[in-house]
Design a protein around this ligand. Sequence first.
Ligand code: AMP
Length: 284
Amino acid sequence: MQRIHSPLIMQQKSRELDRMDQSLALVPTMGALHRGHLSLVEKARSLADVVVVSLFVNPTQFGPNEDYARYPRQQEQDIALLTECGADYVYLPEMEDMYPQGFATSIHVSGVSEGLCGEIRPGHFDGVATVVNKLLMQTQPNVAVFGEKDFQQLHVIRQMVQDLNIPTQIIGAPILREADGLAMSSRNAYLSEESRSRAAAIYRVMNLAKEGIENGDVIADKLQWIEHQLLDAGFASVDYVACRDEETLAEIDQLETSARLLVAARIGETRLIDNISIGRSQSE
Ligand code: AMP
């Protein structure tokens, strides 16, 4: 696996692949890789001839009181994992190339970036949209793979790509979970042993609510019930519990076709997010 640091060399490599009729897939990450990330790499390999994975902890998507400074960084371990799972290139842009002095552009996607994490983390999705746009410009991939773990993020990126005519196909990939159902996340490393064992309540409780809603329970009641259950299970606070249309992210109060239950809650100092699909026969 080859390492690329410079945006210019990345662009040259991408154009070279294009001239050789080789398709390219990008998997953008902030590193601290786990099996969830690796499942995206595998998906990318099934979609294109060549796979590039970017590792960049993007400062502009963290709020001033968030965990940018302590976000886990383990570059050499990440590179070993990527080599093992067959990525072709790892793209490691430097901070001064991503945000040189005088950098003045920010991308704001309205609509889908409002509410949910957008409301709790002001500016977060502007940071995400801007960095993903840069990564797409630098790697110029045919496809890019994102996890449904960050469901609202996936919508923000789809909207941006559509609005800005970016010639990259955006693919969503399912959430990988630990054996007890906790969604894999780089932030799970923050959890104490006790918080870790309590954290699986999110998935358990969401699934019970899903069953209730699919059997006709009132959605608003079930959302409240989830919040109470999480607080009872030892969560410090709940940022939101929501039921949204899978395609538009619009709030829904009645299950017609398919919807998503989305939760963000804090346990100890750690903020966890998760979501499951409801109203479909397929199980999550
Ligand atoms: P991150 O490094 O956390 O920014 O995540 C990079 C990509 O991996 C994003 O598209 C995430 O949605 C995706 N991802 C994170 N956790 C998981 C997971 N448990 N299963 C599948 N994809 C994930």
